[in-house]
Design a protein around this ligand. Sequence first.
Ligand code: HEC
Length: 247
Amino acid sequence: MKKLLSILALVTACFGGTAAVAAEGGYPLEPAPVNTTDLFSLQRGAKLFVNYCLNCHGASMMRYNRLRDIGLTEDQIRENLLFTGDKVGDVMTVAMRSKDAKEWFGVAPPDLSVISRARGDAWLYTYLRTFYRDDTRATGWNNLVFPNVGMPHVLWELQGQRAAKFVEQEEHGQKVHKFVGFEQITPGQLSSVEYDGAVADLVAYLDWMGEPAQNQRRRLGVWVLLFLGVFTFLAWRLNASYWKDIK
Ligand code: HEC
């Protein structure tokens, strides 16, 4: 009985543990409500990405014309998403030189092609929603998931400016700053529900970009399983009929 209980405890530790993942900042990650088969959501995400992220980050594994996979035509891509004189067949590079970026931000902004696989959707979703004003930082911004991040809050006009409230607390004999809530300083162009939706679109796009073939792969997977099922059945019946007279 005792052994069984300890096995059970181990199993819950393995599987239950993922529910309470926290980032470096200690702030709990929120699951991202993304749907990478929703083409309109991906299109909105692509637009946000091109408008707000490509100034600093590149996506060197992504070609603009791959955006046809999320339902855009080449004309739409050319008219809405190409700014810097890029061609539709080009990869999403960044205009800024990485040496300049390093000087301006202290760190070079990483390429975001496969960021969702490195960080996970929940991390990205929470990260992009937990910037707050901090005058002690060079950029004027800080983040709950990525403390002292070198990136400013580029979506602040959409979300508005927020301050974070902390209290000092004793935990295990150590003083820690505990986050207790946000305070809205200036309103954003979007309501908080709309902002969460926009970030979900953006994260869906980042997820899709990490593996643009993921929808085809899943569709194909269903056919492969179906084929295997039918094939197994046939093999079983064939085997039975071969051996019928021998028994
Ligand atoms: C003004 C330049 C700038 C813009 C615009 C910008 N970023 Fe960043 N970003 C940075 C810098 C600099 C870092 C590196 C921060 C560090 O390591 O402290 C960074 C880091 C990140 C990271 C963390 C990478 C990691 O795992 O270490 C993510 C994710 C990210 N940016 C996403 C975005 C998204 C999504 C957008 C568009 C909404 C965006 N960024 C727009 C400058 C920028």
